[in-house]
Design a protein around this ligand. Structure first.
Ligand code: GDP
Ligand code: MG
Length: 697
């Protein structure tokens, strides 16, 4: 019975796997939508190149479907012997029992016999040639040698179609004319009585085929070709199914063996022996692309377009590789979404590189698994594109990773140096050098992990910035250390000078300042030496060294000055002057306290003592050694102290060394002398009184 309308485009027995047959092309010449489903149902969707395609060709009612069903365990419709009714037109497909073979059964009216046009016959021939590796040509024995017979017309169609395909490929420059493009024509001679040996039948058929080939009008450049240029020919005879049913079954079973892939290692000398699906016949369409490919081929066939198979394969590759790449990218996106959250500013996730590599690896593996079977250059091109997309998606992670790595390493560097500077006797240059090399190693190690292969990503710039920043931090720390050191040195000088100043200024003398300055210069020289010793480990520039020394000198000088100021303010000065005055007025030359006697010239002694004390005021008013060689001079620091201490830079402007030598202004001096006179006068009055008292005794 013909299939019902509902069966068209569906399997006759959905879900029964091997029983399932599919009408890939229906009587209206429409291509099915469910081939993909069937490929999955047949467990062939992911078999790559590990499947084969066989199609059958021959006149109507020559037992084609019967043969296929016997050979492959399929359930193609067979014309009932009693009814003799025509089955539905179309191309049917099924999977062979046990073996990964797609079997195509072509149904149709025999146009030639019925005088109809040969349109469908031609189209199904084209389609079969484009997809099948082996074409079974089914003929009755009694038709062999009938050169004018219907099957010769059929073969002529097959040959012409093949020439057309070849020519189209050649025009695209894609035909290589090698055995790779060949198809096997397997002639199955039915109802072989046995009177004529197969060898004879084969000769007759071969001769006929060659004659047919010679008679074809061949395109330019293909005049010299023979059948063997495009086809391998093979011949099999089967006994009469009804008259010799057992022998028929036996022969069919033998024939079936030739469709079963020989186990590895059991091949004959030729490699594949009797096996019909020689690898050179394979059309190299991956199983997951067969549905798209067949549909494209059928559409081209129906619309009478040039059927250029290599181009079709390339288009298929483009389409399928694109689809596979999208799936691979979706898989990658899922993995990317599952990445752990970013660890935050200044922190890194050391496993990021491995995660990225794994995500890319998984995506490419998924892509390669399916896409690598397609047209090599299309596959390669789309792979490059996919890799580019994957890299682009990961690039922001790479950038922020580097940024955080930079932050992290720089902070570690600073902490490391700061910690090392807490140790006495550190060598600054060494400390920095070691911390820096450690930082660089960490950076390089971590950076290397996130630079993906062939990504073209660079870390040089980030690395250079890191070096610069570390230099900068080291410089700040060095300045800080210098400042601290200068402060310590300054404190030491201040302490040392305190006694010297007190001793010298409490005993006024001509060389009073000489003593102070000589001691100061000695202390300063020692301080400078201490600084320079330390500074060599700082890797300072000469400018910085000069600046630090200038700062040291000035700070020391100012320290000295403030110590001196303590002694030369009005109150302590008055004390000092009074002591000297007392010494001269109340004690005689031998240091014995005077007891005033009437003959003593109090006025004269008083005046002399007072005068000599007043003469001391200018001595205290200015820091001026008796011996000019002992003078201290502070050359202008010309603003270089700012290199060490920004605060010192502004102080530079209002500091004047010459002015700093001046301790008392003229008005301060005269104020001091006025106060002193007043105090001295009190001594005078007291002395006078004591003399009157002694006279009264
Ligand atoms: P198809 O149209 O070529 O697919 O032919 P079918 O397989 O539908 O069979 C057509 C008729 O031929 C059926 O009645 C079968 O029983 C019969 N038939 C099948 N195989 C043979 C055979 O080997 N010899 C003969 N004489 N008849 C056969
Ligand atoms: Mg049939």
């Amino acid at each position: 019975t013909p299939p019902s309308k509902a069966e068209v485009g569906h399997t006759a027995a959905v879900g029964h796997g091997l029983d399932a047959k599919l009408q890939v092309v229906d009587e209206n010449q429409r291509f099915t939508d469910s081939l993909d489903d069937h490929m999955r149902g047949w467990q062939l969707a992911h078999s790559g190149f590990n499947y084969d395609v066989v199609a059958v060709f021959g006149s109507q009612s020559t037992g084609k479907s019967t043969l296929l069903n016997k050979l492959f365990g399929t359930r193609f419709d067979v014309m009932s012997e009693s009814e003799r009714r025509q089955t539905t037109k179309g191309i049917w497909m099924s999977k062979a029992d046990q073996i990964d073979v797609l079997v195509m059964d072509v149904e149709g009216t025999d146009g030639r016999e019925r005088g109809e046009d040969q349109d469908f016959e031609r189209k199904s021939a084209l389609f079969s040639m484009a997809v099948a590796e082996v074409l079974i040509v089914n003929i009755w024995e009694h038709q062999v040698g009938l050169y004018q017979g219907a099957n010769m017309g059929l073969l002529k169609t097959v040959f012409e179609v093949n020439l057309g395909l070849f020519l189209a490929a050649k025009q695209k420059g894609k035909a290589n004319g090698s055995s790779q493009d060949k198809t096997l024509l397997l002639f199955v001679i039915r109802d072989h009585i046995g009177a004529t040996p197969l060898a004879n039948l084969r000769n007759t058929l071969s001769a006929d085929l060659n004659r047919l080939w010679d008679g074809l009008s061949k395109p330019d450049g293909l005049e010299q070709t023979t059948i063997e240029t495009f086809f391998d020919l093979d011949f099999v005879a089967l006994p009469h199914k009804l008259l010799q049913p057992e022998k028929f079954d036996e022969s069919v079973q033998d024939l079936r063996k030739r469709f079963v892939k020989p186990a590895k290692g059991s091949e004959g000398a030729e490699g594949e022996g009797d096996y019909v699906f020689k690898s050179r016949y394979h059309k190299r369409i991956p199983a997951d692309g067969i549905s798209t490919y067949m549909r494209t081929i059928w559409d081209a066939v129906v619309s009478n377009k040039d059927l250029d198979l290599p181009t079709q394969q390339e288009l298929l590759a483009q389409f399928r590789c694109g689809e596979i790449a999208s799936q691979a990218y979706a898989l990658f996106s899922q993995r990317l979404d599952a990445f752990p959250a970013a660890p935050g500013a200044g922190k890194i996730d050391s496993s990021l590189g491995a995660l990225m590599v794994a995500a890319i690896g998984a995506a490419l593996e998924a892509y390669d698994r399916e896409a690598s079977r397609y047209h090599a250059s299309v596959y390669g091109r789309q792979r490059t594109e996919l890799v580019g997309k994957l890299h682009a998606a990961l690039h922001p992670l790479f950038v922020s990773h580097l940024k955080n790595l930079h932050k992290l390493v720089l902070r570690q560097f600073r902490l490391e140096v700061e910690a090392a500077l807490k140790n006495d006797g550190y060598d600054f240059a060494k400390v920095v050098r070691e911390a820096k090399s450690k930082a660089e190693t960490t950076f390089d190690d971590e950076a290397r992990k996130v630079v993906l292969e062939e990504s073209g990503w660079k870390v040089d710039e980030a690395r250079a910035t890191l070096d610069e920043d570390m230099e900068h931090v080291a410089e700040l720390l060095r300045k800080e250390e210098t400042r601290k050191m200068v402060a310590v040195i300054e404190r030491n000088i201040k302490r040392q000078m305190s006694d010297v100043v007190e001793l010298a200024l409490n005993k006024p003398s001509e060389d009073m300042w000489d003593k102070v300055l000589v001691a100061f210069k000695a202390a300063l020289a020692k301080a400078e030496e201490a600084y320079l010793k330390k500074a060599t480990s700082f890797n300072c520039t000469d400018d910085e060294k000069d600046a630090a020394l200038a700062l040291l000198r000035r700070r020391s000088w100012l320290a000295l000055r403030s110590k001196i100021d303590e002694h030369t303010a009005e109150a302590p000065m008055l004390v000092k002057l009074k002591l000297v005055f007392e010494d001269k007025f109340r004690y005689d030359a031998e240091g014995v306290p005077r007891v005033w006697k009437p003959e003593d010239d109090i006025d004269m002694i008083f005046r002399k003592a007072k005068e000599s004390v007043l003469e001391l005021i200018p001595l205290y008013a200015e820091i001026k050694p008796a011996e000019p060689a002992n003078a201290f001079d502070l050359p202008s620091s010309a603003g270089t102290t700012g290199l060490i201490d920004p605060a010192a830079a502004s102080a530079d402007e209002d500091f004047d060394f010459t002015e700093s030598l001046q301790l008392m202004s003229p008005s301060a001096q005269s104020a001091l002398s006025t106060r002193f006179r007043r105090e001295a006068d009190a001594y005078y009055v007291e002395a006078k009184r004591s003399m009157v008292a002694s006279r009264a005794q």
